[in-house]
Design a protein around this ligand. Structure first.
Ligand code: FMN
Length: 216
């Protein structure tokens, strides 16, 4: 039995910038506003290299980005990927990447984006965008970033709904969960099952996912 529901995206914008109220802060606000218009639940969080990222468990999409300073992605985001528990909690999360920088897009794609992507080889990257100076002041650039992200998210959800079968018993277990948590647990279980190569979600798979992911 397949359960196909249109789910609300829960996204966190994880970002860094040295400049308070600078171009990245403004961009984050525009991204948040534009994404909220699509019906998504959005929060933002500024990165600290030594932060605790367990809160990421509450989200299914992580929008991640920062400015480039002296050829490197801003240090708190890069540091968090290297030395904190961020990578652990990013496991199975869908990602959207962005950078703000002074370089033209082809150079940024070649030199800067790989600094983030090398830490995300096992993640599904839904979309990525370079915000060079001319894009930073262009509202259409943010709109198209969010449009691409929403489309990729919907496509990913449709693909997972189509490929994942729930047994009646497992579905009954899911239905017994309070509605507020149900969708998040459904997504976490399906993402776990997908990673493990399971095509059917049984009660055993739900239990296994619960033990492995902490969902439920
Ligand atoms: C000190 C400094 C160094 C920078 N180094 C680079 C660089 O190496 N490559 C680049 O493309 N842009 C560079 N930039 C441009 C910034 O990435 C760009 O202006 C970004 O939008 C700044 O974000 P912010 O306003 O949030 O600080 C640099 C800017 C500053 C202030």
């Amino acid at each position: 039995m397949t359960q196909a529901t249109q789910q609300q995206m829960r996204a966190v914008i994880l970002y860094d910038s040295r400049t308070s109220g600078g171009s990245t802060d403004k961009l984050i606000d525009s991204i948040g506003r534009e994404l909220a218009k699509t019906g998504a639940y959005v929060e933002k969080a500024r990165c600290k290299a030594t932060g605790d990222y367990s809160f990421i468990q509450d989200f299914d999409v992580v929008i991640m980005g920062a400015p480039i300073y002296y050829l490197l992605v801003s240090s708190q985001l890069l540091g968090a990927l290297i030395q904190s528990n961020l990578k652990k909690y990013l496991r199975r999360k869908k990602i959207a990447l962005f950078l703000t920088c002074g370089s033209p897009e082809p150079m940024a794609t070649l030199l800067y984006l790989p600094q983030l992507k090398m830490h995300l080889v096992r993640n599904r990257i839904l979309t990525e965008k370079i915000f060079a100076p001319q894009q930073l002041s262009d509202p259409e650039a943010v709109e198209s970033f969010i449009e691409e992200l929403s489309e990729a998210y919907k496509k990913d959800t449709r693909r997972r709904n189509a490929s994942m079968q729930w047994t009646d018993e497992a579905l009954a277990l899911l239905d017994a969960i309070p509605s507020f948590f149900r969708n998040r647990i459904k997504i976490a279980t399906e993402e776990y099952a997908e990673e493990m190569g399971y095509r059917e979600i049984t009660i055993e798979v739900v239990e296994e996912a619960k033990a492995e992911t902490g969902a439920l």
